[in-house]
Design a protein around this ligand. Structure first.
Ligand SMILES: [Zn+2]
Length: 307
């Protein structure tokens, strides 16, 4: 099922890719135009059958997807891009992400280091994107697709190659807008290795706050019409994790204790925001704490370790 929203002059359909059978974890967004439709994000290879079913019920064949706008190339956002390119879609991406779609060996081996034997289950098959299918953009570039106009906004912090896309007064925030499940007032931070960078993330939020945005659409998950509250909560989260890191990183805890402290911090924040266990599971599917633990350690070593 897709939710249709008409708050901008063009309808945006939220497609739930039912990642691992879980509702509300990974979205992609479908926007019809005069000669087909655009997708913002396309989800992993493992959810291609669900994506196909959504396209069918919206009245589109895969070959009618003219363009896919990727916020970044992590597999939960971009895994199906090669498959869509095979059906004729142009794939829009940041210049730093582009080479890894053409030759995905490094992307896949770095994911494999994190996910090990879960790779196939989580992400399915990844097809390379031919160079001729790629459209590479620079910061602030406008992207015109038939009667639709998007603008790419460089927003590093979660990944160095991350764009948010403005579309009228809507903003597709990828992962730089954090992770927030439908119906909640609770924003979590996906902080993966190797590029989680606290300071650039804060700057990216300021960049977005200066835009005229009436609703945000994070990939995890759906549309929210309170961008001011959302960006403030996101900034709080970043300030909070910084305080946490400054307290816990110098302690050099053994891995299991470090993990337990991080989980304690995360669940305490969730408790304050009235998040129950069931919703917590969706947060974990979209944003596993194990990944953020690795990302925090990498960030600290690279940028804050003073010897
Ligand atoms: Zn990501």
């Amino acid at each position: 099922m897709s939710n249709k929203d008409n708050s901008s002059s063009f309808p945006i359909h939220t497609l739930d890719l039912k990642f691992l059978g879980i509702e509300g974890a990974i979205a992609c967004y479908l926007i019809p135009h005069e000669e087909g439709a655009v997708l913002v994000e396309c989800g992993p290879g493992s959810t291609v059958p669900v994506l196909q079913a959504h396209l069918r019920s919206a009245g589109f064949a895969a070959r009618e997807i003219s363009d896919v706008l990727l916020t970044h190339i992590h597999l939960d956002h971009a895994g199906a891009s090669g498959w869509l390119a095979q059906h004729g879609a142009r794939i829009h991406v940041h210049p730093i992400g582009a080479p890894h779609l053409i030759e995905p060996e490094r992307l896949l081996s770095s994911a494999e280091r994190i996910y090990g034997d879960q790779m196939e289950l989580l992400w399915g098959e990844f097809f390379p994107v031919p160079e001729s299918s790629l459209v590479i953009h620079q910061d602030r570039e406008f992207i015109e697709i038939n009667n639709l106009v998007f603008q790419a906004i460089e927003t590093p912090g979660h990944a160095s190659h991350h764009f948010a896309y403005l579309f009228n007064s809507a903003c597709f925030t990828g992962d730089i807008g954090g992770v927030r499940m439908a119906g909640t007032k609770h924003v979590r931070l996906p902080m993966p290795p190797p590029e989680f960078h606290l300071e650039s993330w804060k700057q990216s939020i300021e960049v977005l706050r200066n835009e005229n945005i009436s609703c945000i659409l994070p990939t995890h998950f759906g549309m929210f019409t309170d961008p001011e509250w959302h960006f403030a909560a996101l900034m709080d989260g970043l300030n909070d994790v910084e305080i946490w890191m400054e307290e816990f990183m110098p302690k050099k805890l053994p891995p299991n204790e470090f993990r337990a402290e991080f989980l304690r911090w995360e669940s305490e924040r969730a408790r304050k925001d009235h998040i129950n266990n069931q919703i917590s599971d969706v947060y974990h599917a979209a944003n596993p704490p194990e990944i953020s633990i690795l990302g925090i350690q990498r960030y600290w070593q690279k940028h804050r370790h003073t010897g």
